[in-house]
Design a protein around this ligand. Structure first.
Ligand SMILES: Nc1ncnc2c1ncn2[C@@H]1O[C@H](COP(=O)(O)OP(=O)(O)OP(=O)(O)O)[C@@H](O)[C@H]1O
Length: 192
């Protein structure tokens, strides 16, 4: 049985994607690299990143958030062509964004996983961490899972990242055909 070459964790901000990705990386015997749009955003000038995290506009010439998202999407096939396995954590809020990344990754074996969390718990985590604009999780909550078909879904409310990583580990070792990403892309293309 072959493991997926790409594990996509999709859920809103503070749902626990990165914590889960890090715990899962440690459990997997196969080496997976964990990437998200943060890999591009953390390359921004520090004050631009800080403004973005506060939810404030960035004035610097050349700033284009859509371009940064595309840069993240276009970089991933290069990593895959080099043979890397990837765990991607995304908070996909726009249909075009979902379609563009799934198109870039088409042809690879992908486990598409929905990461859920109770809204009150999301708001609590967002307040506690202090490095995200307040209200971002609630805004994404309504959008992030729309128009997608997952291979399986998990809920991080009240469960530690390590326990959830055990659950995901078991799921990705089950013998199955990974079709969530294929079905989702077909549906997104049909919606136009
Ligand atoms: N299962 C969990 N139970 C309790 N707290 C958690 C859990 N997972 C993550 N957290 C906490 O929630 C906060 C956000 O976690 P994390 O960075 O993993 O979320 P994320 O979904 O990757 O967020 P973002 O998309 O904003 O980067 C952190 O403070 C983390 O410690």
């Amino acid at each position: 049985m072959e493991l997926p070459q790409i594990i996509i964790l999709n859920g809103c901000s503070s749902s626990g994607k990165t914590s889960l990705a890090k715990a899962l990386q440690e459990k997997l015997p196969q080496q997976y690299l964990n990437f998200s749009i943060d890999a591009v955003l953390y390359a921004l000038p520090g004050s631009d990143l800080a403004a973005m995290q506060r939810g404030e506009p960035i004035q610097r010439r050349g700033h284009d958030f859509g371009q940064l998202v595309r840069a993240y999407h276009y970089a991933l096939p290069g990593l895959l062509q080099a043979g890397c396995h990837l765990i991607l954590d995304n908070a996909w809020c726009e249909r075009a964004e979902k379609r563009e990344l799934l198109t870039e990754l088409a042809g690879y074996r992908i486990a598409l996983i929905g990461v859920h969390c109770d809204l009150d718990e999301l708001n609590r985590r967002e307040q506690a961490r202090g490095d995200r604009a307040i209200g971002m999780a609630a805004w994404e909550f309504e959008r992030v899972h729309q128009e997608l078909t997952y291979d399986f879904e998990i809920d991080t409310t009240g469960i530690s990242p390590e326990t959830i990583a055990d659950m995901v580990f078991d799921e990705i070792h089950r013998d199955r055909i990974w079709h969530g990403a294929i079905d989702s892309l077909e549906h997104l293309n049909m919606l136009g």
